[in-house]
Design a protein around this ligand. Structure first.
Ligand SMILES: Cc1ncc(COP(=O)(O)O)c(C=O)c1O
Length: 384
Protein backbone atom coordinates (compact mmCIF):
# COMPACT_ATOMS: atom_id res chain seq x y z
CA UNK A 1 0.00 0.00 0.00
CA UNK A 2 1.46 3.34 -0.93
CA UNK A 3 -1.22 5.67 0.53
CA UNK A 4 -0.28 8.77 -1.37
CA UNK A 5 -1.75 11.89 0.21
CA UNK A 6 -1.52 11.13 3.93
CA UNK A 7 1.45 11.20 6.28
CA UNK A 8 3.74 8.17 6.45
CA UNK A 9 4.90 9.14 9.96
CA UNK A 10 4.95 6.04 12.16
CA UNK A 11 6.45 6.86 15.55
CA UNK A 12 9.07 8.88 17.41
CA UNK A 13 12.55 7.49 18.00
CA UNK A 14 15.02 8.83 20.56
CA UNK A 15 18.08 10.12 18.72
CA UNK A 16 20.36 8.94 21.54
CA UNK A 17 18.96 5.58 22.65
CA UNK A 18 16.57 4.35 19.94
CA UNK A 19 13.67 4.13 22.43
CA UNK A 20 10.37 4.73 20.63
CA UNK A 21 7.20 6.65 21.48
CA UNK A 22 3.72 7.19 20.13
CA UNK A 23 3.54 10.10 17.71
CA UNK A 24 -0.08 10.98 18.52
CA UNK A 25 0.66 12.49 21.95
CA UNK A 26 2.49 15.68 22.87
CA UNK A 27 6.08 15.07 23.85
CA UNK A 28 9.20 17.22 24.00
CA UNK A 29 12.50 15.52 24.88
CA UNK A 30 12.99 11.76 25.19
CA UNK A 31 13.48 10.05 28.59
CA UNK A 32 17.25 10.37 27.93
CA UNK A 33 16.73 14.18 27.54
CA UNK A 34 17.68 13.88 23.87
CA UNK A 35 15.77 15.04 20.78
CA UNK A 36 13.08 12.79 19.36
CA UNK A 37 13.14 12.19 15.61
CA UNK A 38 10.10 11.19 13.53
CA UNK A 39 10.33 7.82 11.80
CA UNK A 40 8.38 7.18 8.59
CA UNK A 41 7.33 4.05 6.72
CA UNK A 42 9.50 4.10 3.63
CA UNK A 43 10.26 1.70 0.78
CA UNK A 44 11.04 1.84 -2.92
CA UNK A 45 7.40 1.31 -4.03
CA UNK A 46 6.36 4.33 -2.00
CA UNK A 47 9.32 6.25 -3.40
CA UNK A 48 8.27 5.67 -7.00
CA UNK A 49 4.64 6.66 -6.35
CA UNK A 50 5.72 9.72 -4.36
CA UNK A 51 8.08 11.00 -7.03
CA UNK A 52 5.27 10.76 -9.59
CA UNK A 53 2.83 12.60 -7.29
CA UNK A 54 5.32 15.46 -6.77
CA UNK A 55 5.09 16.49 -10.41
CA UNK A 56 1.55 17.83 -9.87
CA UNK A 57 2.13 19.75 -6.66
CA UNK A 58 2.80 23.43 -5.89
CA UNK A 59 6.37 24.42 -5.11
CA UNK A 60 6.12 24.89 -1.31
CA UNK A 61 7.29 22.53 1.42
CA UNK A 62 3.80 21.07 1.63
CA UNK A 63 4.48 19.18 -1.61
CA UNK A 64 6.28 16.68 0.66
CA UNK A 65 3.16 15.98 2.74
CA UNK A 66 3.77 12.21 3.08
CA UNK A 67 7.20 12.93 4.63
CA UNK A 68 5.77 15.49 7.05
CA UNK A 69 4.08 14.69 10.38
CA UNK A 70 0.88 16.75 9.96
CA UNK A 71 -2.21 14.51 10.03
CA UNK A 72 -4.96 16.97 9.12
CA UNK A 73 -3.39 18.29 5.94
CA UNK A 74 -6.43 20.20 4.69
CA UNK A 75 -6.73 22.37 7.84
CA UNK A 76 -3.04 23.14 8.11
CA UNK A 77 -1.62 26.60 8.76
CA UNK A 78 0.26 27.43 5.55
CA UNK A 79 1.84 30.80 4.73
CA UNK A 80 3.54 29.45 1.60
CA UNK A 81 6.81 28.38 3.24
CA UNK A 82 9.61 26.61 1.39
CA UNK A 83 10.08 26.24 -2.34
CA UNK A 84 13.06 28.61 -2.36
CA UNK A 85 15.35 28.98 -5.39
CA UNK A 86 18.95 27.91 -5.91
CA UNK A 87 20.84 30.76 -7.56
CA UNK A 88 24.04 29.96 -9.49
CA UNK A 89 26.91 32.27 -8.57
CA UNK A 90 28.95 33.50 -11.50
CA UNK A 91 31.60 35.79 -10.03
CA UNK A 92 31.51 35.30 -6.28
CA UNK A 93 33.01 31.83 -6.27
CA UNK A 94 36.40 30.13 -6.29
CA UNK A 95 37.62 29.19 -9.75
CA UNK A 96 36.45 25.87 -11.22
CA UNK A 97 33.94 25.21 -8.46
CA UNK A 98 30.22 25.26 -9.23
CA UNK A 99 28.34 27.18 -6.57
CA UNK A 100 24.65 27.75 -5.93
CA UNK A 101 23.15 29.91 -3.22
CA UNK A 102 20.07 28.40 -1.59
CA UNK A 103 18.26 31.70 -1.04
CA UNK A 104 16.02 31.27 2.02
CA UNK A 105 15.34 34.97 2.55
CA UNK A 106 12.16 34.80 0.44
CA UNK A 107 10.39 32.56 2.94
CA UNK A 108 7.43 33.97 4.91
CA UNK A 109 8.93 36.01 7.82
CA UNK A 110 12.15 36.44 5.79
CA UNK A 111 14.09 33.39 6.91
CA UNK A 112 14.34 29.62 6.81
CA UNK A 113 12.99 29.57 10.38
CA UNK A 114 9.53 29.66 8.76
CA UNK A 115 9.97 26.03 7.70
CA UNK A 116 10.57 24.62 11.16
CA UNK A 117 8.16 26.84 13.02
CA UNK A 118 5.40 26.11 10.53
CA UNK A 119 5.66 22.40 11.29
CA UNK A 120 6.09 22.87 15.05
CA UNK A 121 3.12 25.23 15.36
CA UNK A 122 0.96 23.04 13.12
CA UNK A 123 1.72 20.03 15.32
CA UNK A 124 1.24 22.01 18.55
CA UNK A 125 -2.20 23.04 17.37
CA UNK A 126 -3.04 19.55 16.14
CA UNK A 127 -2.00 17.96 19.45
CA UNK A 128 -3.95 20.41 21.63
CA UNK A 129 -1.40 23.08 22.58
CA UNK A 130 -2.98 26.28 23.88
CA UNK A 131 0.08 28.56 23.77
CA UNK A 132 3.64 28.39 22.37
CA UNK A 133 6.95 29.97 23.35
CA UNK A 134 10.69 29.97 22.68
CA UNK A 135 13.93 31.81 23.34
CA UNK A 136 15.52 33.05 20.12
CA UNK A 137 18.44 34.85 18.60
CA UNK A 138 15.94 36.64 16.35
CA UNK A 139 14.51 34.95 13.28
CA UNK A 140 12.90 32.06 15.13
CA UNK A 141 11.05 34.56 17.33
CA UNK A 142 9.61 36.33 14.29
CA UNK A 143 8.60 33.04 12.70
CA UNK A 144 7.02 31.69 15.89
CA UNK A 145 5.04 34.91 16.32
CA UNK A 146 3.75 34.78 12.73
CA UNK A 147 2.77 31.09 12.69
CA UNK A 148 1.16 31.30 16.13
CA UNK A 149 -0.87 34.29 14.91
CA UNK A 150 -1.98 32.32 11.86
CA UNK A 151 -2.86 29.34 14.04
CA UNK A 152 -4.78 31.48 16.53
CA UNK A 153 -2.45 30.54 19.41
CA UNK A 154 -0.93 32.99 21.92
CA UNK A 155 2.86 33.23 21.70
CA UNK A 156 5.71 34.33 23.97
CA UNK A 157 9.29 34.91 22.88
CA UNK A 158 12.40 35.77 24.89
CA UNK A 159 15.25 37.52 23.09
CA UNK A 160 18.65 38.57 24.44
CA UNK A 161 18.84 42.29 25.28
CA UNK A 162 21.05 43.34 22.39
CA UNK A 163 18.91 41.65 19.72
CA UNK A 164 18.11 44.22 16.99
CA UNK A 165 14.99 46.30 17.76
CA UNK A 166 13.43 45.23 14.46
CA UNK A 167 13.02 41.67 15.79
CA UNK A 168 10.98 42.87 18.75
CA UNK A 169 8.88 45.15 16.53
CA UNK A 170 8.07 42.29 14.18
CA UNK A 171 7.15 39.92 17.02
CA UNK A 172 4.81 42.48 18.54
CA UNK A 173 3.28 43.14 15.12
CA UNK A 174 2.12 39.51 15.16
CA UNK A 175 0.74 39.88 18.67
CA UNK A 176 3.44 37.96 20.57
CA UNK A 177 4.46 38.83 24.13
CA UNK A 178 8.17 39.72 24.13
CA UNK A 179 10.48 39.15 27.10
CA UNK A 180 13.90 40.77 27.35
CA UNK A 181 16.33 40.91 30.25
CA UNK A 182 18.76 38.14 29.32
CA UNK A 183 22.32 38.58 28.10
CA UNK A 184 22.44 35.32 26.12
CA UNK A 185 20.07 32.79 24.64
CA UNK A 186 20.65 30.58 27.68
CA UNK A 187 19.49 33.36 30.00
CA UNK A 188 16.49 34.08 27.75
CA UNK A 189 15.53 30.40 27.95
CA UNK A 190 15.75 30.51 31.74
CA UNK A 191 13.49 33.58 31.76
CA UNK A 192 10.78 31.73 29.84
CA UNK A 193 11.09 28.62 31.99
CA UNK A 194 10.12 30.73 35.04
CA UNK A 195 6.78 31.66 33.50
CA UNK A 196 3.81 29.38 33.97
CA UNK A 197 0.69 29.13 31.89
CA UNK A 198 1.23 25.81 30.12
CA UNK A 199 2.82 27.31 27.00
CA UNK A 200 4.56 24.65 24.91
CA UNK A 201 8.29 25.12 24.47
CA UNK A 202 9.17 25.01 20.76
CA UNK A 203 12.95 25.53 21.23
CA UNK A 204 15.34 24.07 18.67
CA UNK A 205 15.29 20.25 18.85
CA UNK A 206 13.45 20.31 22.19
CA UNK A 207 10.33 19.15 20.37
CA UNK A 208 10.26 16.74 17.40
CA UNK A 209 8.76 18.82 14.59
CA UNK A 210 10.91 21.85 13.76
CA UNK A 211 13.53 19.53 12.35
CA UNK A 212 10.87 18.02 10.06
CA UNK A 213 10.27 21.46 8.56
CA UNK A 214 14.00 22.11 8.14
CA UNK A 215 14.37 18.69 6.53
CA UNK A 216 12.48 19.99 3.51
CA UNK A 217 15.56 22.03 2.51
CA UNK A 218 17.25 18.70 1.76
CA UNK A 219 14.22 17.35 -0.10
CA UNK A 220 14.15 20.48 -2.25
CA UNK A 221 17.86 20.20 -3.03
CA UNK A 222 17.32 16.62 -4.22
CA UNK A 223 14.66 17.79 -6.65
CA UNK A 224 16.55 20.92 -7.70
CA UNK A 225 19.63 18.80 -8.49
CA UNK A 226 17.53 16.18 -10.30
CA UNK A 227 18.13 13.55 -7.56
CA UNK A 228 21.94 13.86 -7.90
CA UNK A 229 22.89 15.49 -4.61
CA UNK A 230 25.64 18.14 -4.58
CA UNK A 231 29.14 17.39 -3.23
CA UNK A 232 29.09 19.96 -0.40
CA UNK A 233 26.52 21.83 1.67
CA UNK A 234 27.85 24.87 3.52
CA UNK A 235 25.57 25.79 6.38
CA UNK A 236 25.67 28.64 8.94
CA UNK A 237 25.10 26.68 12.13
CA UNK A 238 23.56 27.68 15.42
CA UNK A 239 21.34 24.97 16.90
CA UNK A 240 22.08 22.89 13.81
CA UNK A 241 18.51 21.88 13.01
CA UNK A 242 19.17 22.34 9.32
CA UNK A 243 22.08 19.93 9.25
CA UNK A 244 20.27 17.36 11.37
CA UNK A 245 17.18 17.78 9.20
CA UNK A 246 18.92 17.55 5.82
CA UNK A 247 20.94 14.54 6.95
CA UNK A 248 17.66 12.89 7.90
CA UNK A 249 16.08 13.91 4.58
CA UNK A 250 18.86 12.24 2.60
CA UNK A 251 18.49 9.02 4.65
CA UNK A 252 14.74 9.04 3.95
CA UNK A 253 15.30 9.58 0.22
CA UNK A 254 17.75 6.66 0.22
CA UNK A 255 15.13 4.45 1.94
CA UNK A 256 12.65 5.50 -0.77
CA UNK A 257 15.17 4.45 -3.41
CA UNK A 258 15.37 7.98 -4.85
CA UNK A 259 18.99 8.90 -4.21
CA UNK A 260 22.14 6.84 -3.87
CA UNK A 261 25.89 7.31 -3.74
CA UNK A 262 27.90 9.38 -1.30
CA UNK A 263 25.99 11.90 0.82
CA UNK A 264 26.81 15.59 0.44
CA UNK A 265 29.58 16.62 2.81
CA UNK A 266 28.39 19.13 5.40
CA UNK A 267 30.44 22.17 6.35
CA UNK A 268 29.44 23.83 9.61
CA UNK A 269 30.05 27.59 9.68
CA UNK A 270 30.22 29.51 12.96
CA UNK A 271 31.66 32.84 14.12
CA UNK A 272 35.04 33.03 15.83
CA UNK A 273 33.30 34.69 18.81
CA UNK A 274 30.90 31.75 19.24
CA UNK A 275 32.09 28.48 17.71
CA UNK A 276 31.28 25.57 20.03
CA UNK A 277 30.72 23.03 17.24
CA UNK A 278 33.88 24.04 15.34
CA UNK A 279 35.90 23.67 18.53
CA UNK A 280 34.43 20.24 19.28
CA UNK A 281 34.95 19.09 15.67
CA UNK A 282 38.59 20.15 15.73
CA UNK A 283 39.08 18.29 19.01
CA UNK A 284 37.47 15.16 17.55
CA UNK A 285 34.83 15.27 20.31
CA UNK A 286 31.34 13.73 20.13
CA UNK A 287 29.75 16.55 22.11
CA UNK A 288 30.40 20.29 22.39
CA UNK A 289 31.19 22.30 25.52
CA UNK A 290 29.00 25.39 26.04
CA UNK A 291 30.73 28.52 24.65
CA UNK A 292 31.47 31.01 27.43
CA UNK A 293 30.66 34.65 26.72
CA UNK A 294 29.48 34.39 23.08
CA UNK A 295 30.29 37.52 21.08
CA UNK A 296 29.13 38.12 17.52
CA UNK A 297 26.85 40.47 15.64
CA UNK A 298 25.81 37.60 13.40
CA UNK A 299 22.75 37.07 15.57
CA UNK A 300 21.61 33.76 14.13
CA UNK A 301 24.98 32.22 14.99
CA UNK A 302 25.13 33.46 18.57
CA UNK A 303 24.11 30.07 19.95
CA UNK A 304 26.49 29.01 22.75
CA UNK A 305 25.06 25.54 23.27
CA UNK A 306 23.18 23.11 21.02
CA UNK A 307 21.17 20.22 22.43
CA UNK A 308 21.68 18.41 19.13
CA UNK A 309 25.48 18.86 19.25
CA UNK A 310 26.11 15.10 19.02
CA UNK A 311 23.82 14.84 15.99
CA UNK A 312 25.58 17.70 14.16
CA UNK A 313 29.01 16.25 14.96
CA UNK A 314 27.77 12.80 13.93
CA UNK A 315 26.60 14.16 10.55
CA UNK A 316 30.01 15.82 10.06
CA UNK A 317 31.81 12.59 10.86
CA UNK A 318 29.59 10.43 8.64
CA UNK A 319 29.94 12.74 5.65
CA UNK A 320 33.62 13.55 6.17
CA UNK A 321 32.56 17.14 6.63
CA UNK A 322 34.32 20.26 7.79
CA UNK A 323 33.88 23.09 10.30
CA UNK A 324 35.05 26.65 9.82
CA UNK A 325 34.93 29.78 11.98
CA UNK A 326 34.72 33.22 10.41
CA UNK A 327 35.60 36.75 11.59
CA UNK A 328 33.14 39.66 11.78
CA UNK A 329 35.18 41.54 9.20
CA UNK A 330 34.92 38.74 6.64
CA UNK A 331 31.14 38.78 7.02
CA UNK A 332 31.02 42.49 6.14
CA UNK A 333 33.31 41.93 3.16
CA UNK A 334 31.23 39.08 1.80
CA UNK A 335 27.95 40.97 2.24
CA UNK A 336 29.43 43.83 0.21
CA UNK A 337 30.81 41.50 -2.46
CA UNK A 338 27.49 39.63 -2.83
CA UNK A 339 25.78 42.96 -3.47
CA UNK A 340 28.36 44.19 -5.96
CA UNK A 341 29.33 41.02 -7.76
CA UNK A 342 26.08 39.06 -7.82
CA UNK A 343 23.29 41.59 -7.21
CA UNK A 344 22.33 39.75 -4.03
CA UNK A 345 21.39 41.09 -0.62
CA UNK A 346 22.60 38.43 1.79
CA UNK A 347 22.18 38.26 5.55
CA UNK A 348 25.22 38.07 7.85
CA UNK A 349 24.74 34.31 8.30
CA UNK A 350 24.71 33.74 4.54
CA UNK A 351 27.78 35.97 4.20
CA UNK A 352 29.58 33.85 6.81
CA UNK A 353 28.77 30.75 4.77
CA UNK A 354 30.15 32.42 1.64
CA UNK A 355 33.35 33.28 3.51
CA UNK A 356 33.66 29.62 4.51
CA UNK A 357 33.33 28.60 0.84
CA UNK A 358 36.54 30.48 0.03
CA UNK A 359 38.39 29.03 3.04
CA UNK A 360 37.38 25.49 2.17
CA UNK A 361 38.46 25.95 -1.46
CA UNK A 362 41.78 27.55 -0.44
CA UNK A 363 42.38 24.63 1.92
CA UNK A 364 41.83 22.15 -0.92
CA UNK A 365 38.88 20.55 0.89
CA UNK A 366 36.49 21.55 -1.87
CA UNK A 367 38.05 20.48 -5.16
CA UNK A 368 37.82 21.68 -8.76
CA UNK A 369 34.72 20.41 -10.52
CA UNK A 370 32.72 19.91 -7.32
CA UNK A 371 29.17 21.21 -6.88
CA UNK A 372 28.57 23.27 -3.76
CA UNK A 373 25.41 24.67 -2.17
CA UNK A 374 25.81 27.62 0.20
CA UNK A 375 22.89 28.43 2.50
CA UNK A 376 21.77 32.07 2.63
CA UNK A 377 19.39 31.58 5.52
CA UNK A 378 17.74 34.93 6.20
CA UNK A 379 17.00 38.36 4.74
CA UNK A 380 19.13 41.12 6.29
CA UNK A 381 16.05 43.37 6.62
CA UNK A 382 14.97 41.20 9.55
CA UNK A 383 17.69 42.94 11.55
CA UNK A 384 16.47 46.44 10.63
C1 LIG B 1 19.50 33.56 9.61
C2 LIG B 1 19.94 32.39 10.45
N1 LIG B 1 20.84 31.54 9.94
C3 LIG B 1 21.27 30.46 10.63
C4 LIG B 1 20.79 30.17 11.91
C5 LIG B 1 21.23 28.92 12.60
O1 LIG B 1 20.30 27.92 12.28
P1 LIG B 1 20.26 26.43 12.89
O2 LIG B 1 19.57 26.55 14.20
O3 LIG B 1 19.52 25.59 11.93
O4 LIG B 1 21.69 25.99 13.04
C6 LIG B 1 19.83 31.01 12.47
C7 LIG B 1 19.31 30.73 13.81
O5 LIG B 1 18.87 31.56 14.56
C8 LIG B 1 19.39 32.15 11.72
O6 LIG B 1 18.46 32.99 12.22
Amino acid sequence: MTEIGSTWARRLVCSATGVTADIDHPTFLSPASAPWLVEYELDAARGAAWKEALAERPWTLWRYRELLPVVDFESRVDLGEGGTPIIPLHRLRPEEIEVWLKEEGGNPTGSFKARGLSLAVNRARELGGTGVQLPSAGNAAIALAAYAAAAGLPARVAIPDDTPAEVERRCRLHGAEVFTGGKTLVESAARLAELGGGYWNLSTLKEPYRVEGKKTMGLELAEQFHWQLPDWIIYPTGGGTGIVGMHKAFAELEALGLVSGPRPRFAVVQMSGCAPIVKAFEAGADKAEPWENPKTNVWGLRVPQAIGDFLILGALKETEGAAVSISEQEVEELQARAGREEGLLVGPEGAAALAALFWLAADGKIEAGQRVVVFQTGHPANYG
